[in-house]
Design a protein around this ligand. Structure first.
Ligand code: GAR
Length: 192
Protein backbone atom coordinates (compact mmCIF):
# COMPACT_ATOMS: atom_id res chain seq x y z
CA UNK A 1 0.00 0.00 0.00
CA UNK A 2 1.37 3.39 -1.00
CA UNK A 3 1.54 5.90 1.86
CA UNK A 4 1.86 9.70 1.85
CA UNK A 5 3.08 11.37 5.05
CA UNK A 6 2.07 15.00 5.56
CA UNK A 7 4.42 17.16 7.67
CA UNK A 8 5.09 20.78 8.61
CA UNK A 9 8.04 20.74 10.99
CA UNK A 10 10.69 18.60 12.61
CA UNK A 11 9.43 15.30 11.22
CA UNK A 12 10.39 13.03 14.12
CA UNK A 13 7.22 10.99 13.53
CA UNK A 14 8.08 10.77 9.83
CA UNK A 15 11.49 9.46 10.91
CA UNK A 16 9.88 6.83 13.15
CA UNK A 17 7.76 5.69 10.19
CA UNK A 18 10.78 5.59 7.84
CA UNK A 19 12.75 3.56 10.42
CA UNK A 20 9.81 1.19 10.90
CA UNK A 21 9.42 0.69 7.14
CA UNK A 22 13.11 -0.19 6.82
CA UNK A 23 12.69 -2.90 9.47
CA UNK A 24 9.54 -4.30 7.84
CA UNK A 25 7.39 -2.71 10.56
CA UNK A 26 4.83 -1.23 8.14
CA UNK A 27 4.06 -4.60 6.57
CA UNK A 28 3.54 -3.94 2.83
CA UNK A 29 3.19 -0.18 3.46
CA UNK A 30 5.65 2.00 1.53
CA UNK A 31 6.17 5.72 2.07
CA UNK A 32 5.99 7.00 -1.51
CA UNK A 33 5.54 10.71 -0.87
CA UNK A 34 6.09 13.39 1.76
CA UNK A 35 3.79 16.39 1.47
CA UNK A 36 4.85 19.57 3.27
CA UNK A 37 3.47 23.11 3.54
CA UNK A 38 6.73 24.69 4.77
CA UNK A 39 9.76 24.98 2.50
CA UNK A 40 12.22 25.06 5.45
CA UNK A 41 10.84 22.10 7.44
CA UNK A 42 13.51 19.75 8.78
CA UNK A 43 11.20 16.88 7.83
CA UNK A 44 12.19 17.55 4.19
CA UNK A 45 15.85 16.89 5.00
CA UNK A 46 14.85 13.55 6.53
CA UNK A 47 12.76 12.58 3.49
CA UNK A 48 15.47 13.52 0.98
CA UNK A 49 18.08 11.58 2.95
CA UNK A 50 15.98 8.48 2.41
CA UNK A 51 15.22 9.29 -1.26
CA UNK A 52 11.50 9.77 -0.63
CA UNK A 53 9.92 12.19 -3.15
CA UNK A 54 8.74 15.42 -1.53
CA UNK A 55 5.93 17.68 -2.64
CA UNK A 56 6.18 21.13 -1.06
CA UNK A 57 3.21 23.42 -1.40
CA UNK A 58 3.07 26.56 0.69
CA UNK A 59 -0.41 28.00 1.05
CA UNK A 60 0.34 31.52 -0.22
CA UNK A 61 -0.65 31.18 -3.88
CA UNK A 62 -4.01 29.45 -3.43
CA UNK A 63 -7.28 31.29 -3.26
CA UNK A 64 -8.94 28.82 -0.90
CA UNK A 65 -8.23 25.74 1.16
CA UNK A 66 -10.03 23.64 -1.44
CA UNK A 67 -7.87 25.02 -4.28
CA UNK A 68 -4.76 24.08 -2.31
CA UNK A 69 -6.07 20.61 -1.55
CA UNK A 70 -6.97 19.96 -5.21
CA UNK A 71 -3.33 20.43 -6.20
CA UNK A 72 -2.29 17.90 -3.55
CA UNK A 73 -5.00 15.44 -4.64
CA UNK A 74 -3.57 15.43 -8.20
CA UNK A 75 -0.18 14.49 -6.79
CA UNK A 76 -1.66 11.77 -4.56
CA UNK A 77 -3.63 10.31 -7.48
CA UNK A 78 -0.49 10.15 -9.62
CA UNK A 79 1.26 8.13 -6.93
CA UNK A 80 -1.76 5.92 -6.26
CA UNK A 81 -1.74 6.73 -2.56
CA UNK A 82 -3.95 4.50 -0.40
CA UNK A 83 -3.21 5.94 3.04
CA UNK A 84 -2.51 9.48 4.24
CA UNK A 85 -0.65 9.86 7.51
CA UNK A 86 -0.69 13.31 9.10
CA UNK A 87 2.48 13.68 11.18
CA UNK A 88 2.54 17.19 12.60
CA UNK A 89 0.84 18.69 9.51
CA UNK A 90 -0.38 22.02 10.84
CA UNK A 91 -2.77 22.95 8.03
CA UNK A 92 -6.48 22.28 8.17
CA UNK A 93 -7.69 20.07 5.31
CA UNK A 94 -10.83 21.00 3.36
CA UNK A 95 -14.06 18.99 3.57
CA UNK A 96 -13.50 18.10 -0.09
CA UNK A 97 -10.16 16.47 0.74
CA UNK A 98 -11.36 14.71 3.90
CA UNK A 99 -14.40 13.27 2.10
CA UNK A 100 -12.36 12.08 -0.87
CA UNK A 101 -10.05 10.11 1.42
CA UNK A 102 -12.65 9.24 4.06
CA UNK A 103 -11.39 6.53 6.45
CA UNK A 104 -7.95 6.67 4.83
CA UNK A 105 -6.44 9.61 6.76
CA UNK A 106 -4.77 9.09 10.15
CA UNK A 107 -3.62 11.78 12.57
CA UNK A 108 -1.53 11.76 15.71
CA UNK A 109 -2.16 14.25 18.49
CA UNK A 110 0.03 14.82 21.57
CA UNK A 111 -2.77 14.74 24.18
CA UNK A 112 -5.69 12.55 25.23
CA UNK A 113 -8.39 13.81 22.86
CA UNK A 114 -10.92 15.31 23.21
CA UNK A 115 -8.79 17.12 25.81
CA UNK A 116 -6.28 19.74 24.64
CA UNK A 117 -7.09 19.96 20.93
CA UNK A 118 -5.12 22.36 18.75
CA UNK A 119 -1.53 23.15 17.89
CA UNK A 120 -0.06 23.08 21.43
CA UNK A 121 -1.43 19.91 23.00
CA UNK A 122 1.62 19.17 25.16
CA UNK A 123 2.06 22.66 26.58
CA UNK A 124 -1.66 23.19 27.10
CA UNK A 125 -1.88 20.01 29.21
CA UNK A 126 1.29 20.96 31.11
CA UNK A 127 0.04 24.50 31.83
CA UNK A 128 -3.34 23.14 32.95
CA UNK A 129 -1.53 21.19 35.68
CA UNK A 130 -3.09 17.80 34.92
CA UNK A 131 -1.39 14.67 36.31
CA UNK A 132 -1.92 12.61 33.18
CA UNK A 133 -1.87 13.46 29.49
CA UNK A 134 -0.92 11.25 26.54
CA UNK A 135 -1.09 10.50 22.85
CA UNK A 136 -4.03 9.85 20.52
CA UNK A 137 -4.05 8.28 17.06
CA UNK A 138 -7.34 8.80 15.24
CA UNK A 139 -9.08 8.82 11.87
CA UNK A 140 -9.50 12.32 10.45
CA UNK A 141 -12.89 13.90 9.87
CA UNK A 142 -13.65 17.47 8.88
CA UNK A 143 -13.79 18.74 12.46
CA UNK A 144 -10.29 19.46 13.76
CA UNK A 145 -8.64 16.91 16.13
CA UNK A 146 -11.80 14.79 16.13
CA UNK A 147 -12.79 11.52 14.47
CA UNK A 148 -12.82 7.89 15.63
CA UNK A 149 -10.01 7.09 18.06
CA UNK A 150 -7.70 4.20 17.17
CA UNK A 151 -5.25 4.25 20.09
CA UNK A 152 -4.69 6.30 23.18
CA UNK A 153 -1.82 5.90 25.59
CA UNK A 154 -1.46 7.78 28.84
CA UNK A 155 1.70 9.64 29.87
CA UNK A 156 2.03 10.70 33.51
CA UNK A 157 3.33 14.15 34.33
CA UNK A 158 5.73 13.87 37.26
CA UNK A 159 5.84 16.39 40.09
CA UNK A 160 8.24 19.22 39.14
CA UNK A 161 8.74 17.68 35.70
CA UNK A 162 9.95 20.15 33.07
CA UNK A 163 7.98 20.79 29.89
CA UNK A 164 11.00 19.55 27.91
CA UNK A 165 10.97 16.23 29.76
CA UNK A 166 7.24 15.84 29.13
CA UNK A 167 7.73 16.58 25.42
CA UNK A 168 10.43 13.92 25.27
CA UNK A 169 8.15 11.34 26.94
CA UNK A 170 5.21 12.16 24.63
CA UNK A 171 7.32 11.91 21.48
CA UNK A 172 8.72 8.56 22.60
CA UNK A 173 5.17 7.20 22.88
CA UNK A 174 4.20 8.74 19.52
CA UNK A 175 7.14 7.08 17.78
CA UNK A 176 6.03 3.71 19.10
CA UNK A 177 2.26 4.07 18.50
CA UNK A 178 2.18 5.60 15.03
CA UNK A 179 4.10 2.90 13.12
CA UNK A 180 1.95 0.31 14.90
CA UNK A 181 -1.27 2.04 13.79
CA UNK A 182 -0.02 2.34 10.20
CA UNK A 183 0.96 -1.32 10.13
CA UNK A 184 -2.50 -2.31 11.38
CA UNK A 185 -4.21 -0.16 8.76
CA UNK A 186 -2.08 -1.62 5.97
CA UNK A 187 -2.90 -5.14 7.14
CA UNK A 188 -6.65 -4.35 7.21
CA UNK A 189 -6.87 -4.76 10.97
CA UNK A 190 -8.81 -1.58 11.65
CA UNK A 191 -12.09 -0.04 10.61
CA UNK A 192 -13.29 3.47 11.35
C1 GAR B 1 3.73 15.78 17.14
O1 GAR B 1 3.90 15.86 18.53
C2 GAR B 1 2.29 15.63 16.77
O2 GAR B 1 1.56 14.89 17.70
C3 GAR B 1 1.83 17.06 16.74
O3 GAR B 1 2.88 17.73 16.11
C4 GAR B 1 4.11 17.12 16.48
C5 GAR B 1 4.96 16.94 15.25
O4 GAR B 1 6.25 16.53 15.59
N1 GAR B 1 0.57 17.22 16.06
C6 GAR B 1 -0.40 18.03 16.46
O5 GAR B 1 -0.30 18.77 17.42
C7 GAR B 1 -1.67 17.97 15.63
N2 GAR B 1 -2.73 18.72 16.25
P1 GAR B 1 7.23 15.95 14.48
O6 GAR B 1 7.26 16.97 13.33
O7 GAR B 1 8.56 15.85 15.17
O8 GAR B 1 6.70 14.62 14.05
Amino acid sequence: MNIAVFVSGNGSNLQALIDAEKKGGLSSGKIKLVVCDKSDAFALVRAKKHNIPVFVLTGDRHASREEYDKVIIEELDQKNIGLIVLAGFMRILSGHFVNKYANRILNIHPALLPAFKGANGIKDAYDAGVDVTGVTVHFVIEELDSGPIIFQEEVKIGKNESLEKLEEKIHKVEHKLYPKAVRMFVDGEMRS
